[in-house]
Design a protein around this ligand. Structure first.
Ligand SMILES: Nc1ncnc2c1ncn2[C@@H]1O[C@H](COP(=O)(O)OP(=O)(O)OP(=O)(O)O)[C@@H](O)[C@H]1O
Ligand SMILES: [Mg+2]
Length: 301
């Protein structure tokens, strides 16, 4: 009798343990799922203005979309919005309405004909450029909760304000854009220095825009990376470069992204190489110029 009772107990205990294990596994799956559902946040920043951040953000986003990634581009340049201008779109609502608490971020996201979504900036409201700490953390939390998106590209605007630092801190990767101009290089170093002061800062990747030769791209990148290593003890990755290309200003005037209007141009091929490095995928292109770039960059990081 006792034996039977004990056997029954043992069975109960076993069932209990199995149930507990199932619960642990389910919870683990849920946290993995939650983690997986958080979009990858990549900021595009620079020290100096006008170096090509917005052009890069938009065209890089479209390159990601070509690889079937769900991408949202956010114009966080609260002083001077231009993501929607470059795309020729005038959304009804923008970040102004979010800051004024009239809308949530997810309510102002709009689809575009290019397979990417955008969050338009609060153009002309530079007096709002410095948000409160609460507003800033709400912003970041809302972005992190856009679970359906694979990648969120944030065009932060130039320089380092408190707002820019908030987005940089929340990012998985910070892409810093410079051109070969000495002032742009010095300012790129300046913004890298500001990021280096942050604990748990993002992974920093450098892009040299508007280069005229491979040598120029390499030299500029090496200079910035060496100085950051030497004076800040910071590792900056070389993501690559983008050629100076007349299709870029032409596309801005036509309000049509160059990766769409001139897919085989030097600038477009350069962007696709940056994309493939960020996704860590092999980029195969038919064209001769693409193959040339590949021989410089290599297929993988
Ligand atoms: N690879 C390139 N080749 C030729 N021109 C370029 C290239 N990249 C950018 N430009 C030119 O630089 C201009 C500024 O680019 P963009 O608006 O993307 O810079 P930005 O860094 O976003 O500027 P801001 O700091 O004002 O937001 C473009 O309108 C274009 O004419
Ligand atoms: Mg811009």
């Amino acid at each position: 009798m006792t034996m039977i009772y004990k056997a029954g107990m043992a069975e109960e205990v076993q069932k209990d343990q199995a149930e507990r294990l199932r619960l642990i596994m389910r919870n683990k799956d849920e946290t993995d799922e939650q983690k997986r559902r958080q979009p990858r946040i990549i900021t595009i920043s620079s020290g100096k203005g006008g170096v090509g951040k917005t052009c890069i953000a938009i065209n890089l986003a479209i390159a990601f979309a070509e690889e079937r990634k769900r991408v949202v581009v956010m114009d966080a340049d609260l002083g001077l919005a231009n993501v929607n201008v470059i795309l020729g779109i005038i959304p009804k609502f923008n970040l102004y309405h979010v800051i004024k608490k009239q809308k949530r971020i997810r309510d102002i996201i709009v689809d575009t004909q290019y397979g990417i979504q955008i969050i338009a900036g609060a153009s002309g409201f530079s007096q709002l450029a410095n948000l409160s700490d609460d507003d800033r953390s709400n912003f970041v939390n809302e972005l992190k909760n856009l679970g359906y998106a694979d990648i969120i590209l944030i065009d932060t605007g130039a320089g380092v304000s408190q707002n820019v630092l908030t987005f940089l801190k929340a990012a998985d990767e910070a892409v810093i854009v410079t051109t070969p101009e000495p002032t742009a290089i010095t300012d790129a170093y300046g913004i890298i220095k500001s990021i280096s002061a942050e604990i748990n800062g993002p992974n920093i990747k450098l892009v040299v825009n508007r280069v005229r030769s491979v040598m120029e791209g390499k030299k500029v990148a090496e200079r910035v990376i060496n100085i950051a290593g030497q004076f800040l003890n910071l590792k900056v990755d070389n993501l690559g470069f983008i050629y100076e290309d007349s299709v870029v200003p032409r596309a801005v005037i036509k309000q049509d992204p160059f990766i769409v209007s001139a897919p085989k141009s030097k600038a477009s091929e350069s962007i696709r190489h940056l994309m493939s490095r960020l996704l860590n995928i092999e980029y195969s292109e038919e064209g001769g110029f693409g193959r040339f770039l590949k021989s410089i960059f290599g297929g993988r990081v």
